[in-house]
Ligand binder design. Sequence first.
Ligand code: SF4
Length: 581
Amino acid sequence: MKIRFARTAGFCMGVRRAVDMVLDLQRGNTPLPIVTYGPLIHNPQTLEILDARGVTEAGNIEEIDRGTVVVRAHGISPAEHGLLKEKGLQVVDATCPRVRRVQVLVERHAGQGRFCVIVGDADHPEVRGVMGFATAGGVALAEANLDQMSTLVPSDREVCVVAQTTQDRQTFEKVVRALERHCLKIHVHDTICDSTKRRQQEVTRLARQVDLVVVVGGKGSGNTRRLAQVAEACGARSLHVETAGEIDPKDLDGVSRVGVTGGASTPNWQMRQAVDRIKEISATRRSGPLRRLRRAVDAAVMTYGFAALGGGGLTATCMTLQGETPTWPPLVVAMLFVFSMHLLNRLHDRSGAVRFNSPEIAAFYARHTTALTAAGLASSLGAIVLALGVGITTCILLTCTLVMGRLYSAALFSASGNGRNSWLGLRDVPWSKTPAVTFGWAFVAAVLPVVEAPARVNFIGLAVAFVLAAGMVFWRMAVSDLMDVQGDRIVGRQTIPVVLGVDQTRKILWILLVLLGGYCALGVWMGWISAAGYVLEVNMLLFAVLFVFYARRQLADRLLYEGAADLNFVLAGILVWQAGM
Ligand code: SF4
């Protein structure tokens, strides 16, 4: 079954901003408790997670008597804002800037005495909030009450017309045409949000290419429901689900191409869960050998089997760059190191991030905890024994690196903050994850294989190989972090994309790729590393191709990305080794 993933799916700017603001508040010293006035976003699962983290929701102002109150992305009326302030609460305004623009427009026209028409659902919180700014009179109009327009809208006054940001264009234009005929003079502002427009346009295209469109998101979210309606209107079958568990195998009967999209308040981990569920159902329909092959490949990626091979490939690369002939013992030591470190760290993840970011992987680990723990410990032991065969220095350094790796993930001390107690470790240090992993890989791949013969070491070559290895591993890990950014934020993990933001991290990763390519060419040209280093440019190019696929959101499948990135390390090892012979 082919799965097409909508590029526009997932949190829109306003929702992402509101959720980020709440998560930032949790890390700060804001007065507690943190309460959102109304649901922060229309997604029950995200609200449950926030609730578990101590962010509660109040349906009305009377319920809030202390702490910090967060105004949701839909905004509130000036009167409600005044009441919150009067109560002495700390008010944090997470109103989406695009909704705020509508409020400002209505306020300005009302100040000039104009009647305001909001094309939208009168009961929607955004419309109720905007209506509060219409101090010279106003009304919400939609198709349902358009026939009452002549009584609801005065014909002898100037009228300002705006749209609810998630309104569909056809309805907006229809209401505007009716008002033009009825009113003395109208001032029209098309305030439909671009994000809504792009989502609807993409689902229209998607619906023509697939047999079924799965729309993931809250049943109470108007824009999500509308996506399902748009897909149906284009002739595709649509299925609106709130969680992946609602996708029944029968829903996919006769379906060979399925599109997956989500509303503006659907987090990306929920869409990933839906993709995983579809893949799972699809896998049960494959013939025996094919299904077994796919499962074996997925299991190898999930348990870092491919990453282990990548560690071996990177070691072969670094040895060749330093003018050494790769031999199997250091390669296998690196493979066992990478395998055991990643496996054990993921098994003992305390943050819960795996559950959000990679539900398929979390379920796999929960099913095979004992076997995977045994495999992780056995490979640590195997690496130490093999390293002893290489030399005592190698063995001591490897053991230290393994211990540091385990210490990094361990809970070392207890801390309290924001009314909660928790155990923290080095892993909780902001930004630390990717650099720590990068150092481990680069050390084992570039330094460990040459420590037994210090007299022979080409120190400049070693430094260049270390930097290249570290840069490539950093790049691979940081792209994974980019894919996990929403889940990491929600569990409070401070990865580089969480701290710097997605756009900034993307820019840095592009620059890094270019710098690595240039540095590699310079190293060869200056004679610092073997001439075989030129071949690495192919691998940089392949990383760039992978990044383009990621940026175009055509890599919905995390396992596919990780498998491809790790195989690129293997390919680097083979190509550079061959070129160096
Ligand atoms: Fe803001 Fe548009 Fe998202 Fe509404 S849909 S919250 S207006 S970005």
